[in-house]
Design a protein around this ligand. Structure first.
Ligand code: UGA
Length: 436
């Protein structure tokens, strides 16, 4: 099928390349010429495992192209809109200006019978407002949320655990759902659940999923806070409750909490939208989820201060990690970088390392010192602070090796990723999050 993808950020670039890799003819469209130039050369504008390979393959096969010209959408049977919905500058609600602009520029190029499929994460009620504009040009709007995780985005797009399409309860809506089934044919053929819903449900599925995941993380971080005043170990607690299949161990990783371009802004936008709908109290707990999450960053900073005897001024602190999570170079709302910035603000001599995110981190916080080499970053350090659980740190950095480089023997494990007993046995003072 011929497809267009409007917006070539995380979501759009991966979607375009993934759709080409399963056999569609795809044009990706974005306003940013630098992004388009890179993508046209088969280069990913951000770090995402597996993306460069399918980009190159798609571009070389001729099935995948990129342009800044919105008119190139003409002739596609389905137009995916995957532009960003960041948090507003002066509030918690979603900034819808990119979505509105994308629809405005796209619609003159949409033909009768086409499907416009919204993929952006939007406040519930958005599709109902946009649908008449799409219908006015004889096309049908579907809302088709995306659940990809950074670091696993290619796999999540080609082989998702579920597909959701919100469509109107009309013959056109039925046809739109059938066309989307065809778009996602490999996943549909292997029996991936494909749920057809109304617009509001499809929009809510997306924010509800992220709200649930954020709540799960903040739940275990709240338990970490209680563990800290009782001497309990939150990692054992998580293992024990996680054995209950109704609870499950995933997303019970206590530490410095969640960040990134999705979870934080999505729960805030959800709370703001619920407020507008007169149902603020229904999701008031999300404000608590947010507050617990942000407190963990304070806790990590305090742990470093305590571990260094009450003062970090002038101490060399190696911060392992800047990305909001491993397998990503994304530093948007990164708790790791936030901890580094605060320690630096307290006068510590902070050296940040990360296998992928240094360029992005430097752009945002040029005042920090960056060191690409893990070993150089910890050389002569008074404390080692691990805040993004890359394998290079969590799995590969042994206390014996660290001891051969650092000045001090203090390790603060912001992700509870190190083997505490091994570090202590090697003579280190180990400080975890929610652990004795
Ligand atoms: C999240 C969702 O997981 C995706 O399903 C969704 O599609 C995506 O947002 C989106 O809305 O686009 P992502 O932002 O890539 O994906 O990151 P996650 O893997 O969810 O991790 C989010 C944050 O939670 C990271 O900072 C991670 O370190 C933290 N986390 C995760 C924990 O602190 N503890 C855990 O146990 C798990």
């Amino acid at each position: 099928m011929r497809l267009s993808v409007i917006g070539c950020g995380y979501l759009g670039a991966v979607h375009a390349a993934a759709m080409a890799s399963i056999g569609h003819e795809v044009v990706g469209i974005d306003l940013d010429p630098r992004k388009i130039d890179a993508l046209s050369r088969g280069e990913a504008p951000f770090f995402e495992p597996g993306l460069p390979e399918i980009l190159t393959e798609g571009v070389e096969s001729g099935r995948l192209s990129f342009t800044t010209d919105i008119a190139a959408a003409e002739g596609a049977a389905v137009h995916f809109v995957g532009v960003g919905t960041p948090q507003q500058q002066d509030g918690h609600a979603a900034d819808m200006s990119h979505v509105n602009a994308a629809f405005e520029s796209l619609l003159p190029h949409v033909r009768p019978g086409d499907i416009v499929a919204g993929k952006s994460t939007v406040p519930v009620g958005t599709a109902a407002v946009l649908a008449p504009l799409v219908e006015a040009v004889g096309a049908t709007l579907a809302w088709n949320p995306e659940f990809l995780r950074e670091g696993w985005a290619v796999q999540d797009t080609i082989d998702p655990d579920r597909l959701v399409a919100g469509v109107p309860a009309t013959a056109d809506g039925e046809r739109a759902a059938a066309v989307l089934r065809e778009v996602y044919h490999p996943a549909v053929a292997k029996g991936t659940p494909f749920m057809i819903t109304d617009y509001a449900t499809a929009e809510l599925v997306k924010v509800a999923a992220n709200a649930f995941l954020a709540t799960k993380i903040s739940f275990i971080n709240a338990m970490a806070e209680i563990a800290e005043v009782t001497g309990a170990d939150v990692t054992q607690l998580a293992d024990a409750i996680g054995h209950d299949v109704r609870i499950g161990r995933r997303f019970l990783g206590a530490g410095i909490g969640f960040g990134g371009g999705c979870l934080p802004k999505d729960i805030r936008a959800f709370a703001a939208r619920a407020e507008e709908l007169g149902r603020g109290e229904s999701v008031n707990f999300l404000r608590e989820v947010d507050a617990i999450n942000l407190r963990r960053r304070d806790r990590a900073v305090q742990l470093v201060i305590d571990a260094l005897g009450g003062r970090v001024f002038g101490k060399k602190v190696a911060v392992l990690g800047a990305a909001f999570k491993p397998f990503s170079d994304d530093v948007r709302d990164s708790p790791a970088l936030d901890v580094a910035v605060r320690l630096n603000g307290l006068g510590a001599n902070v050296v940040v390392t990360d296998p992928q995110a240094i360029d992005n981190a430097r752009r945002l916080h040029p005042q920090l010192t960056y060191e690409p080499s893990r070993d150089e970053s910890i050389r002569d350090a008074d404390a080692v602070v691990m805040v993004t659980e890359w394998d290079e740190y969590r799995r590969d950095l042994t206390p014996e090796h660290a001891s051969s480089l650092t000045a001090g023997r203090v390790v603060v494990d912001g992700r509870n990723g190190f083997d505490a007993a091994a570090w202590r046995a090697a003579g280190w003072s180990y400080f975890g999050m929610g652990r004795p």
